[in-house]
Ligand binder design. Structure first.
Ligand SMILES: Nc1nc2c(ncn2[C@@H]2O[C@H](COP(=O)(O)OP(=O)(O)OP(=O)(O)O)[C@@H](O)[C@H]2O)c(=O)[nH]1
Length: 362
């Protein structure tokens, strides 16, 4: 494949929404031209009617070119059609027909598809073309004049169409930007493998919650969990199966959590659940329930005989304690569970203060 072709392909892959919108515009513009065909036949201007048949043909061609990823050809066809159609319509029927409004549709299209410099250059050329057409119509009479009433109707039809197209394009743009914004926000806050909140977002959420809870003297408890011997699962059955295990455990955690809890993936095979308005005893019960549910998970569809367990460490945030300090205490408790044979839930003790294994910079 030539460099030019691959650059073309790359561009078309880059802006799928734009090409989809361009195809939609071909359909809309083709439909408008079919309407014009009948309007001009009715007004007794067969030349203008047949110009619209050519236009419809060009839009069909451009649509097929977009579908075949020949975007350059498609854009060239659309530009030619609009420029020539606007000029012919104006020269044949007069400036008051309003065919020149369609030229304005180029302005957003130029800036949406090109680098700023090229867009400005073409916008200035377009302005010159527009002014040239206007000045020309000062000096010549329309070649195929129609009655004043017909001229008024064509003008109203033209600006109504342009109004609707601008409204549609703006709406499409807003919807596309909003969707992209949501997608980015989701990517920035969630872990792609499990769909749970990622570590950074868990920190942000908990810090915010903490500020509020400390003002209201609320109770906040952390539950840090780590799968047991996960390395062995990976080594024995492969990384892909390991990923499926993480996903299934994540799903279980989400199912078990209450609406107000935050569930996140804290690290490789570590999960964190933040439980607002919960004391350690309640958290202990919840963690036991989760531990037992993970142990009872049925893995026969993935690997018959596979057994997955986890350890959990519980810590409640003390007055004015930082989030990272409470995490460190939960981590200490968790590793006590590991040391005591795994598949256990442990509560942080007073002596658990200090840096733990999970106390990486957050
Ligand atoms: N499949 C998979 N494995 C991961 C992922 N992230 C981390 N791991 C693996 O998780 C394993 C964690 O191993 P260790 O830290 O030794 O812990 P462990 O084997 O669970 O042992 P204990 O925690 O002491 O019970 C490593 O082998 C990592 O490669 C992941 O996204 N997918």
């Amino acid at each position: 494949m030539s460099n030019k072709n691959s650059a073309d392909m790359h561009r078309s892959e880059q802006r799928p929404e734009f090409w989809a919108l361009s195809m939609r515009c071909c359909q809309l513009a083709g439909t408008v031209d079919i309407c014009f065909f009948f309007i001009f036949l009715w007004l007794g201007s067969p030349i203008l009617a047949w110009i619209n048949v050519i236009s419809v043909g060009m839009y069909v061609w451009a649509y097929r070119a977009f579908r075949d990823r020949r975007n350059r050809l498609a854009i060239m066809l659309i530009r030619t059609e609009v420029l020539v159609h606007a000029a012919l319509g104006t020269v044949l029927v007069g400036w008051d027909s309003g065919f020149h409004y369609f030229l304005l549709m180029f302005i957003p299209a130029l800036f949406a598809t090109m680098r700023q410099r090229s867009a400005w250059t073409l916008a200035v050329c377009l302005w010159g073309y527009y002014v040239g057409l206007y000045v020309l119509m000062w000096f010549i009479e329309p070649l195929q004049p129609i009655s004043p009433n017909a001229l008024l109707s064509v003008n109203i039809f033209n600006f109504t169409t342009v109004f609707l197209m601008f409204a549609y394009l703006t709406m499409y743009y807003v919807v596309t930007v909003t969707r992209a914004h949501r997608r980015l926000a989701r990517m920035a806050t969630t872990d792609p493998l499990t769909g749970l909140f990622n570590r950074r977002h868990m920190v942000d959420l908990t810090e915010k919650l903490l500020a509020r809870e400390q003002r209201q003297q609320g109770k906040l408890t952390l539950m840090l969990m780590d799968l047991d011997h996960f390395k062995d699962i990976n080594d024995q059955y492969g990384h892909e199966l390991g990923d499926r295990v993480l996903q299934r455990v994540a799903l279980l955690l989400r199912d078990q959590a209450r609406e107000q809890d935050f569930v996140g993936r804290w690290g490789g095979e570590e999960f964190l659940v933040v439980l607002p308005e919960t004391d350690p005893e309640q958290a202990l019960v919840a963690a036991e329930r989760i531990r037992a549910a993970v142990q009872a998970l049925d893995w026969t569809d993935l690997k018959p005989g596979l057994q997955v367990t986890l350890c959990a460490g519980i810590s409640q945030l003390n007055d004015r304690e930082s989030f990272s300090s409470a995490i460190a205490r939960a981590d200490r408790a968790l590793y006590r569970g590991k040391a005591h044979g795994r598949n256990r839930v442990e509560q942080a003790r007073l002596g658990d203060a200090g840096l733990g294994l999970a106390e990486q910079p957050v």
